[in-house]
Design a protein around this ligand. Structure first.
Ligand code: ATP
Ligand code: MG
Length: 517
């Protein structure tokens, strides 16, 4: 249900202005289109008294003038004690609307035309010692191809100590620099937000998304933006602007504006030229995207969760299996089910662990990835063969010696009834693991948490690999079906257990407010 407006056409809550219509609602209150008694069209922003605000910020901004800023005309109080901001009315669309209408991103030409204007508006604020703090597409307007940044100074309305206690209106998480969480509000937070906006203008997607506010916050702090979606020349710019360390970002908004302008002008990969470099004619330093620091705590916590869930799912997987077998056959030994459970868990864990390794290596080649799964499969084959009762009598002499490890080997070292069996197991697991694209199943940004297709591919791969399954029977689960089930279970479990950051639902792309109380 659309939120209601307090005032309607013809109302005069503020002396000298007549309301024409409500435009929208924001974090602080309502925005109206109004006309002054003299005939000037304005936007009126109502700031409710119940918002614990400090008006100094907006007062400082009253006399700022810049081509790329929405001009603030006045600050007024009505008879009810509510404050109103009287500002320039912008008839054009917001940048958020432009992005919404172009879900795959704006054209590079539009980006080169608009982004530098936005950056120059913010640069002017910085020159005046003002940090915007709420830079986002919803606060950037485009009127007749002129970009106007609005809502500056408004965030200063919130006194620093209460910054997080408001449920709304202090910006959106998608554009929030990591250091904001520690109460750092330098101009670098606007540069970070501009980096996120540039990313969104080019791709139609915010760089860090998630289902919960804390997930987004964690990504701002730890995740590297996926620059593969961004056109090549913009990558170093976005990487620098979104750097986790504020001092590693652009030193000024103007510098960032110039970097984008340069792409528009020359089409070359941008470099940052500082004035001193230009004078001394030194070659300009090339901006190198820097990877953010790894947060080991997060990795540890996430791994424990992932591996734990995988083990639990493996256990759960056994329930219907045992139930079905119980119905059609006489009872098996519990150890046989134990062996299958062990294999499912071990295979899932191996796949998950390898995926974690490959995730940390950017741009890894699928060939190497496949090879690593193949080698892991060979190892799993050895374990499976051993588990199934074949032993490796590698150290017959061990039987004679007395050490604990040696006697263990000796116990295992019964004669191998079919030496080729180990090889068969290795081939089965090696092939079955090399065929599916596990890295896709465990990709955090996969389209759906669980897809059926990879399970089918895994099943087909396992069926193919089963041609190598040893024919002989032995004590335990006998047929290749076991290996097949182990692989199918693994493809289901790794998908369900791997972390998943879903793409943003289209409807929920609008401002996500945060509450950190
Ligand atoms: P925030 O409070 O974080 O800025 P917001 O930008 O969504 O959130 P408001 O700034 O209150 O909310 O704006 C509400 C609506 O009014 C938006 O649709 C915005 O496009 C519109 N609006 C704001 N200022 C103007 C203006 N000067 N001219 C025309 N429309 C405006
Ligand atoms: Mg706004």
């Amino acid at each position: 249900m659309p939120a209601r407006f307090t005032y309607k056409n013809g109302d005069r809550p503020l002396d000298g202005y007549t309301i024409k219509r409500g435009i929208g609602h924001g974090g602080f209150g309502e925005v109206y289109f109004a006309v002054s008694d003299g005939g000037k069209e304005v936007a009126l922003k109502l700031i409710r008294t119940n918002v614990d605000v400090e008006l100094r910020g907006i007062q400082i901004c009253l006399n700022l003038k810049h081509h790329n800023l929405v001009q603030i005309y006045d600050l007024k109080e009505d008879v009810n004690g509510n404050n109103w901001i009287v500002m320039e009315y912008i008839s054009g669309k917001g940048l958020n609307e432009w992005i919404k209408e172009n879900p795959r991103g704006l054209s590079e030409e539009q980006v080169c035309r608009w982004f530098p204007q936005m950056a120059r508006g913010v640069a002017y604020l910085h020159e005046k010692g003002i940090v915007h703090r709420d830079l986002k597409p919803g606060n950037v307007f485009i009127e007749n191809d002129v970009v106007k940044v609005g809502d500056y100074g408004l965030c200063k309305l919130i006194s620093g100590t209460h910054q997080f206690q408001h449920t709304e209106g202090i910006g959106t998480l998608y554009y929030m620099a990591p250091e904001v969480g520690q109460g750092v509000y330098g101009k670098a937070i606007d540069i970070y937000a501009a980096g996120a906006i540039l990313y969104e203008m080019l791709t139609g997607q915010v760089p860090f998304n998630g289902q919960t506010p804390s997930e987004i916050l964690i990504k701002h702090q730890t995740a590297a933006p996926d620059l593969s979606r961004v056109p090549e020349p913009y990558r170093p710019i976005i990487a620098k602007a979104l750097h986790k360390q504020p001092d590693q970002r652009y030193a000024s908004m103007t510098e960032m504006a110039e970097a984008v302008e340069k792409i528009g002008g020359s089409g070359e990969v941008p470099t940052v030229v500082r004035p001193t470099d230009a004078i001394s004619r030194k070659p300009p330093p090339v901006v190198i995207p820097v990877e953010p620091k790894t947060d080991w705590r997060l990795i540890l916590a996430e791994s424990c969760g992932t591996f734990g869930v995988a083990a639990a799912l493996a256990l759960l997987w056994m329930v219907p299996w045992i139930a079905v077998e119980h119905l059609v056959e006489e009872n098996r030994d519990i150890a046989e089910y134990g062996a299958a459970l062990f294999l499912i868990t071990l295979t899932s864990w191996s796949v998950l662990a390898l995926s974690m390794v490959w995730r940390s290596i950017r741009g890894a080649s699928p060939l190497w990835m496949r090879l690593s799964y193949l080698i892991t499969g060979l190892g799993l084959g050895v374990v499976a063969a051993w588990l199934r009762g074949w032993s490796f009598d590698f150290y017959p002499e061990a039987r004679e010696s007395a050490g604990i490890f040696s006697s263990l080997l000796a116990d295992l070292g019964q004669a191998c009834p079919l030496p080729g069996a180990v090889f068969c197991y290795m081939t089965f697991f090696g092939l079955a693991l090399a065929i599916p694209r596990w890295w896709r199943m465990t990709d955090r940004q996969r389209r759906k948490r669980f897809s059926f297709w990879p399970v089918v591919v895994t099943g087909l791969g396992a069926a193919l690999a089963a041609l190598f399954w040893p024919e002989t029977s032995y004590s335990g689960l006998q047929s290749w079906v076991v290996g097949f089930v182990v692989l199918i279970a693994t493809s289901v479990i790794v998908q369900l257990a791997s972390p998943w950051y879903p793409p943003p639902p289209k409807a929920a792309r609008a401002p996500l407010r945060y509450r950190l109380t």
